[in-house]
Ligand binder design. Structure first.
Ligand code: KIV
Length: 282
């Protein structure tokens, strides 16, 4: 029997000084393959707004869209923990509406949710989720949903004081009950200091080598999304080239009568064929 990755698995990995892997997925078959490959957490990141839906920022995606992708991914996964990123403003208005939106993702198959930032409201949301049985992943450092306030894609935690301030937020999230925290675009030394001073696992998204886990947008990892490439994204494949090559060959075959061939067509039975007589069929 497959043993599902749970908050206990993640805590055990952190306690034992081991590492775990996180990748995003937005559709059933990708999720199925990532799960089969042994990825521990599959995140339906709101990055899907840009890489799968073509929006110019992640802030344009809503709860309904995230629910559809959550449903698809959850159906493909047996072992990994499925985490859904709560979209912009879906948890910031008040605790009740946050809980309503978060609950939808769990009903659609997520095992946990991710929310960005740390303030009094966020702490209340984390508390209520955990009390209600919903695991929460935090997200600090560069928080894309705050892009307009942060003034651009800027590295966070660049000084000792800034690092302490992120650590202080991380400790508040830990106390509120998060099971892990994404640290995005933080210098490696700062992320190391934060990680070593927390009991929960940290997940590096451009935060260097010393976090408990690494996360990447799968479209970056597969070389599918080509509009921009963050410094920390490593291409393990070239899906863009593969898709282009396959589509060009298909286009050529269709236009030159090479597709479909004899083995790829359905045929009438001899009896039915005879009924056409000589009319219509050569
Ligand atoms: O939206 C996303 O995919 C994310 C991860 C890259 C952490 O938030």
């Amino acid at each position: 029997m497959i043993r599902k990755v749970s908050v206990n698995t993640i805590q055990k990995i952190k306690n034992e000084g081991e590492k775990f892997s996180v990748l995003t997925a937005y559709d059933y078959s990708t999720a199925k393959y990532l799960d089969e490959a042994g990825i521990d957490i599959i995140l339906i990141g709101d990055s899907l707004a840009m890489v799968a839906l073509g929006y110019d920022t992640t802030n344009k995606i809503g709860v309904e869209e995230m629910s559809i992708f959550t449903k698809a991914v959850a159906k493909g996964v047996s072992r990994a923990m499925v985490v859904t990123d709560m979209p912009f403003m879906s948890y910031n208005i008040d605790v009740e509406s946050a809980l309503t939106n978060i609950c939808k993702m769990i009903k659609y198959g997520a095992n946990a949710v991710k929310i960005e930032g740390c303030n009094e409201h966020i702490i209340k949301v984390v508390n209520r989720c955990v009390e209600s049985g919903i695991p929460v992943m935090g997200h600090l450092g560069f928080t894309p949903q705050f892009l307009n306030v942060l003034g651009g894609y800027n590295i966070q935690g660049k000084t000792y004081d800034a690092t302490l301030s992120i650590l202080e937020q991380a400790k508040k999230l830990e106390e509120a009950g998060v099971f892990s925290i994404v640290l995005e675009m933080i210098p490696e030394e700062s992320a190391r200091y934060i990680t070593e001073n927390l009991n929960v696992a940290t997940i590096s998204c451009g935060a260097g080598r010393y976090c408990t886990a690494q996360v990447m947008v799968s479209d970056d990892m597969l070389g599918k999304f080509s509009e921009f490439k963050p410094k920390f994204a490593r291409k393990y494949g070239d899906m863009r080239a593969l898709i282009l090559e396959c589509a060009k060959r298909y286009d050529y075959d269709v236009k030159n009568g090479l597709y479909p061939c004899e083995d790829e067509i359905y045929k009438l039975s001899e009896t039915e064929l005879c009924r056409f007589g000589t009319k219509g069929l050569a």
